[in-house]
Design a protein around this ligand. Structure first.
Ligand SMILES: Nc1ncnc2c1ncn2[C@@H]1O[C@H](COP(=O)(O)OP(=O)(O)OP(=O)(O)O)[C@@H](O)[C@H]1O
Length: 320
């Protein structure tokens, strides 16, 4: 691998007819980190990746890999590897032949092909034809191809799509190890849960622009706000007492509530004064999924209401 390089995306705008796909998309991807590129369907993730790879032209803005636009890279496979559509394989071609064809087209040798086959755990499948490959094997083959030129930058569009739990675990570990080698790894997903244990950094997007550019830790902290988590077996009584004191109370599960608008001291005092039993009062820490939902609420085209945080609900209403 050559000197570390990153991705720089600045002010990308792109329309398809009346649809605004990119609306000033701006972010960077640093070496040594897995950056999760996450947002609801239609947020502009795939379009951004295609622009970075020179497969689509923006109306405005720039996208650079190691300081250069893709079109100016000599031997691009040595600078960036990408898997945009793992399904796109010539069905009759055997896995190893697919890699050999790619390698030879870029002046890379057979030895490198065997190295990437080994690294991606494809050794037992290389003589099989692509048509018989599971999606998991296709993803591995896509990554093997992306790694042929030992590039410092990797981009993967929805790499967890369709993988079974074992495939997901393998993919996570593999992506983290690639970043640990100093590579810049950008991976997209529309599910935050897929990124939770993989990404160091998150670029959250919606409607063609960046909503948050943050570390995983910061995002969880920011979304947690001034809320208190309360565990109690007397949910209904607790909700009545706290709502009466002006708090907004949401039900998380049978024995857990989150309370906004009161300090934890006030919650303890109010419940104690009314003799409502509780087992725990702690500062709330939002799970990443919850943080993500809050951030992207306005950017989602369709979302069914789960009714959890409707304002003004009382304990009795919520308990029904
Ligand atoms: N070739 C195209 N022609 C017309 N519209 C397009 C084209 N490519 C993307 N779009 C539109 O641009 C917007 C952004 O799409 P994009 O595929 O980049 O989003 P995404 O974040 O990757 O979504 P998903 O998670 O569904 O893949 C969407 O409204 C999409 O319908």
């Amino acid at each position: 691998m050559r000197a570390a390089a990153g991705i720089e995306v600045r002010g990308l705008r792109k329309r398809y007819g009346g649809t605004v796909a990119l609306d000033g998309m701006t972010f960077g991807v640093r070496p040594g980190e897995v950056t999760g590129f996450v947002g609801p369907n239609g947020a502009g993730k795939s379009t951004t990746m295609r622009v970075v790879l020179g497969l689509d032209t923006p109306d405005e803005g720039t996208a650079l890999i190691g300081g250069e636009p893709y079109a100016r890279l000599r031997e691009p496979l040595r600078h960036v590897g990408a898997v945009l559509d793992a399904g796109a394989l010539q069905p009759s071609r055997r896995a190893r032949d697919h890699l050999l064809w790619l390698a030879h087209s870029q002046g890379l040798g057979t030895r490198r092909v065997d190295e990437v086959i080994e690294r991606t755990g494809l050794a037992s499948a290389v003589r099989r034809r692509a048509a018989g490959f599971s999606l998991g094997m296709r993803q591995r083959l896509g990554i093997a191809a992306a790694l042929l030129g030992d590039p410092p930058v990797l981009m993967l569009d929805e790499p967890f799509n369709g993988l079974d739990p074992e495939g997901i675990a393998w993919m996570r570990g593999f992506l983290v190890s690639l970043a640990a080698q100093g590579r810049s790894v950008l991976l997209s997903s529309h599910l935050m849960s897929e990124l939770q244990d993989t990404a160091d950094h998150l670029v959250v997007v919606g409607r063609g622009r960046v909503i948050a550019d943050t570390s995983v830790e910061e995002l969880i902290g920011a979304a947690s706000g001034d809320r208190v988590t309360l565990r109690t077996t007397a949910r209904s009584e607790a909700m009545t007492v706290l709502a009466r004191a002006g708090a907004t109370v949401a039900v998380i599960d049978r024995g857990t509530l989150t309370v906004s608008g009161l300090t934890s001291e006030a919650v303890v005092r109010l419940l104690g004064a009314d003799g409502v039993a509780f087992s725990e009062v702690t500062a709330h820490r939002a799970a990443l999924e919850e943080a993500y939902m809050e951030l992207t609420r306005d950017a989602v085209e369709f979302r069914a209401s789960d009714g959890r945080d409707e304002p003004g609900r009382t304990g009795e209403e919520a308990d029904r």
